[in-house]
Design a protein around this ligand. Structure first.
Ligand SMILES: Cc1ncc(COP(=O)(O)O)c(C=O)c1O
Length: 277
């Protein structure tokens, strides 16, 4: 051997893999998949309108999910996203800022996965919603104002070594818009045997923006001529921000309708063709 050749120092290996943790994550992903396999799709209801209007209207009824709303899809997606990102470990609590349906659905999914769940909710949250979160095994942590919910959720996560799921930041990227848990894939498949399988318009509300982003992405991906309209509510920053092309725009009051409308835009949301304010 030529002793003029100098070999580099031995490379260091850093192996943080953990077979126990890998099995724990795999079991949870399996439970989510099995739950999905056992569940039926939600109905696309055809609404009869006067024939002279020449309008075919369909409503996607998301209330028949096991946890009662379209947030069931989001809760599954957020937990799956955290699991595949390696952000969850056994015993680690999951925390969410939500006064409504998201917390109910996340409590439901957390119990399915044996993960402790805390919902940070504003004072004044309906007793019915609190009862639903608790019935699903979640705990409620009350804050004085809706504005401080996310801050408090992050503080609690830091204090308890937990994970703040943060629906408003992560909904649009956690949602598998092309996959089988996608509301958009489902609705378009359900329209396939209808007189007009490709709709002229899809109209959707926006809370996190996850649902509208899911529809928008799938419509563009499939190169469909369908237009997307996001209907926004009073006191929400989405519509004004869209009109003025200013994503930083905020409103003084929050929306009065639970689940839709936001005082500030926090995600990249969607890029629809139309907004209705
Ligand atoms: C009636 C209705 N439409 C649409 C949405 C869309 O929600 P997101 O933008 O968070 O996907 C919601 C959220 O709760 C809703 O209640």
């Amino acid at each position: 051997m030529d002793d003029r050749v100098t070999w580099p120092e031995r490379l260091k290996d850093v192996d943080r893999s953990d077979d126990g943790l890998r099995a724990w994550v795999a079991e949870r992903i399996h439970r989510l998949e099995a739950d999905g396999r056992r569940s039926a799709d939600t109905h696309l209801v055809a609404v009869d309108l006067p024939a002279s209007w020449d309008i075919h209207l369909y409503l996607k009824d998301e209330s028949t999910h096991a946890s009662g709303s379209l947030k069931h899809r989001l809760a599954r997606s957020l937990f799956l996203f955290a699991l595949v990102n390696g952000q969850l470990r056994p015993g680690m609590p999951v925390i969410e800022a939500s006064s409504g349906s998201t917390a109910v659905s996340e409590a439901h999914v957390a119990r399915m996965l044996d993960i402790p769940f805390i919902a940070v909710i504003p004072r004044g949250t309906s007793t019915r919603k609190i009862a639903l979160i608790e019935a699903a095994g979640g705990h409620c942590h009350v804050v004085e104002s809706a504005e401080s919910m996310s801050r408090e959720a992050q503080r609690l996560a830091d204090e308890r070594g937990g994970l703040f799921l943060d629906q408003f930041t992560h909904a649009e990227r956690a949602t598998d818009w092309r996959g089988n848990n996608s509301i958009a894939v489902s609705a378009l498949a359900q329209l396939e045997l209808e007189p007009h399988p490709v709709p002229r318009w899809i109209v959707v509300g926006a809370g996190t923006g996850g649902t509208s982003a899911t529809f928008g992405r799938l419509l563009r991906y499939r190169s469909l001529p369908t237009s997307l309209c996001v209907a926004d509510v009073e006191n929400s920053a989405f519509f004004e921000g869209w009109v003025q092309q200013d994503p930083t725009l905020t409103t003084d009051h929050g929306s009065r309708i639970e689940g839709i409308g936001r005082a500030r835009r926090s995600s990249r949301a969607s890029c629809p063709e139309s907004w209705t304010g």
